[in-house]
Design a protein around this ligand. Structure first.
Ligand code: HPA
Length: 274
């Protein structure tokens, strides 16, 4: 991936939308409906954008949607690229760099995740306070792309304290209960074993998923402020005496859709005003 690839995609998007978005959104499994709420939407299927990978997993539509949401100019990824699909890390994070190039300052990342914390319940929303990269790789491996950021980026505040506070306040104001915790990223595509979940709990993990960390690392490298929200779609392996399935993940996200939508939209309204 070189500078040209990013700027080609960025130019294509800029020509379609004409103005710079402020906030980027990455919508996880079952959470893509948020993009349907965007007003005056300009939709750009991934296959039309030069250099963009094409997403394959069920529950992901695969397009960028630009428009306004609660008075803010936003651009949403309806469907993301997962490492387990076989994309290399450069492809997984390609869109984040393109969004940074077209001018976003804030990135809101969402995902469906398994609850490791036994206090959690399926359907809970969790503000991500920190993460553990258990993917065994990192999107910044390779020559440093100086135009984005430094060789050794600081992750001591990967998730913006200011955005966390805004999201917390918003949740309280609209009466949507939220949890907070540490997101662990595994590569997938298998769900974890019960022994792995016990290990991740001793590490300090509260939720586990197969995404988000590569995008957040890349966003922080490029100086974006990040807010992360997990929808706890199931309890992680071994907590309940039942197998895990993607259908359960989609069913739960379907159920919490309205509180998830309100939380993200009202938080965006606050960010736009801040
Ligand atoms: N593990 C990993 N990824 C997930 C899970 C899980 O339990 N639920 C949703 N995504």
């Amino acid at each position: 991936m070189n500078e040209n690839h990013y700027s080609q995609a960025a130019r294509y998007i800029q020509n379609k939308i004409g103005e710079a978005p402020e906030i980027g959104l990455i919508l996880g499994s079952g959470l893509g409906v948020l993009a349907d709420e965007i007003e005056n939407a300009v939709k750009m299927p991934y296959e039309e954008i030069p250099g963009f990978p094409v997403s394959t997993v069920e529950g992901h539509a695969g397009q960028l949607v630009y428009g306004t949401l609660k008075g803010a100019r936003v651009i949403a990824m309806q469907g993301r690229f997962h490492f387990y699909e076989g994309y290399d890390m450069q492809k997984v994070v390609f869109p984040v760099r393109v969004l940074q190039q077209i001018g976003i300052k804030t990135l809101i990342v969402t995902n469906a995740a398994g609850g490791i914390n036994e206090q959690f319940q399926p359907g809970d929303l969790m503000l991500i306070t920190d993460h553990i990269n258990n993917m065994g790789t990192n999107p910044l491996i390779g020559p440093n792309e100086e135009q984005f950021g430094v060789r050794f980026p600081d992750l001591s505040q990967a998730y913006s304290r200011k955005l966390l506070e805004l999201a917390r306040e918003t949740a309280a104001e609209i009466g949507v209960p939220v949890r907070e915790g540490v997101y662990v990223a595994n590569t997938g595509p298998v769900y974890e074993t019960p022994a792995e979940i016990r290990m991740l709990r001793t590490w300090g993990g509260d939720a586990v998923g197969m995404s988000t960390v590569p995008e957040v690392v890349t966003a922080r490298h490029a100086g974006l402020d990040v807010l992360g929200i997990s929808c706890i779609s199931n309890m992680a392996a071994g907590i309940l005496d039942q197998p895990l399935s993607h259908d359960e993940v989609i069913e739960t996200t379907e159920k919490v859709k309205s509180s998830f939508l309100s939380l993200v939209k009202e938080t965006i309204a606050k960010i736009a005003k801040a």
